[in-house]
Design a protein around this ligand. Structure first.
Ligand SMILES: NC(=O)C1=CN([C@@H]2O[C@H](COP(=O)(O)OP(=O)(O)OC[C@H]3O[C@@H](n4cnc5c(N)ncnc54)[C@H](O)[C@@H]3O)[C@@H](O)[C@H]2O)C=CC1
Ligand SMILES: O=C1[C@@H](O)[C@H](O)[C@@H](O)[C@H](O)[C@H]1O
Length: 337
């Protein structure tokens, strides 16, 4: 056990429980040292059968527990800022689920706190950067064969939204992935956003503006459109097509299986992100554990987390006003150059 990275997991809901399973059974080089969740019964259940794990209702008690060397934050977004700052205060490396901090002012506080430390401690959970298809697309765009990217056409569909999901969350929870992916794929900041809303789908909960059509402009003059539809009812579908000056490339169609039964043949569609992005989460967490054990921090940074929150915030304003809304980004600290 001594050589394994001792991880405290904060939050044992959908993502936290899946990351606990991953750290315990999939990823090498780590062990769960502590967990925290105000729902103590769920926390105990999440680590039932694991040795040497302390269970806490309070996140800071988990950070101070024996054997904790790193933190994985999987609590709801509004709890992330406090947890990140507590980890920084203890010098603990962190993998923090997206959104890093939902509001940009809080996200900037995290960036500034890390910049004051003078070294990176946080990796943000934008797992698409670890997905095989996204990585192929990134390599293709980077090698220049297709020429300058002009547009990204993105689709983001969920079968259904969890209870309490708001119209703003279509942008700051769901589209936050496209915001990060677009910034990463294009190597450009997003500068303005417009949101159109068709008549809501009959299957959407009362009052939820679902679907939405979100259009981003980039600093290099490209456009990124996203259809986000979180109660589509039929499957989890994430696609991205890059249209460039000398060709196009599309990802997101490979995660299905051709099934033949009772006289028909058709494709099975994944039903959620835990299935569609299973390999990406595995690679993300393995990469975090490996880098942490080497004393390094890699992957999406706190600056990327902040930028995603600032763009999403402009998107929510655009949704509410119906106007094209520009993005205000703070100056990027040298730490993230
Ligand atoms: N990367 C991805 O694809 C996904 C990321 N997420 C992100 O993961 C995070 C968690 O989401 P879910 O697991 O779906 O939520 P969830 O609601 O299933 O679980 C959250 C858990 O955190 C606990 N909790 C509440 N306050 C806490 C605190 N202060 N400290 C520790 N635990 C606390 C709750 O009791 C609950 O058990 C969110 O930031 C969400 O945006 C969620 C789904 C997919
Ligand atoms: O991060 C995620 C959720 O929080 C979000 O609500 C979903 O729309 C995304 O597909 C999923 O990847």
């Amino acid at each position: 056990m001594g050589d394994l990275l001792g991880v405290a997991v904060l939050g044992v809901g959908h993502m936290g429980a899946d990351h606990i399973r991953r750290l315990d059974r999939v990823v090498s080089g780590a062990r769960i040292a502590a967990v925290a969740d105000p729902d103590l019964a769920s926390a105990k259940e999440a680590v039932a059968g694991l040795d040497g794990v302390s269970v806490h209702p309070d996140p800071e008690a988990a950070l101070d527990a024996p054997g904790v060397q790193a933190v994985l934050i999987a609590s709801p977004g509004p709890a992330h800022e406090e947890a990140l700052l507590a980890a920084f205060a203890r010098g603990l490396p962190v993998l923090c689920e997206k959104p890093m901090v939902p509001d940009s002012v809080g996200a900037l506080r995290v960036v500034e706190a890390e910049a004051r430390l003078g070294r990176r401690l946080a990796q943000i959970g934008f797992m698409r950067r670890y997905d095989a298809e996204y990585r192929r697309l990134k390599s293709l765009l980077d090698d220049g064969r297709l020429g300058r990217p002009l547009m990204l056409h993105c689709t983001h569909r969920n079968v259904s939204s969890p209870p309490g999901f708001t119209s703003a969350m279509l942008i700051n929870s769901s589209v936050s992935h496209e915001i990060d992916a677009a910034r990463w794929l294009l190597g450009q900041e997003l500068t303005a956003v417009t949101v159109l809303r068709p008549r809501p789908a009959a299957g959407a909960p009362e009052g939820l503006l679902d679907p939405q059509f979100v259009l981003f402009e980039t600093e290099g003059g490209a456009l990124v459109d996203v259809e986000v539809f979180v109660n589509c009812g039929f499957g989890y579908q994430v696609r991205c097509e890059a249209v460039c000056e000398a060709g196009s490339a599309r990802i997101g169609d490979e995660h299905s299986m051709l099934v033949t039964t009772r006289g028909t043949a058709g494709e099975e569609v994944p039903q959620d992100y835990l299935v569609r992005f299973a390999d990406a989460y595995d690679r993300e967490v393995q990469s975090w554990v490996d880098a942490t054990r080497r004393g390094q921090v890699t992957g999406p940074s706190a600056w990327d987390g902040y930028a995603a929150s600032a763009v999403a915030e402009a998107g929510v304003r655009a949704l509410e006003s119906g106007d094209r809304t520009t993005v205000d980004l703070a100056r990027r600290p040298d730490l993230y150059a």
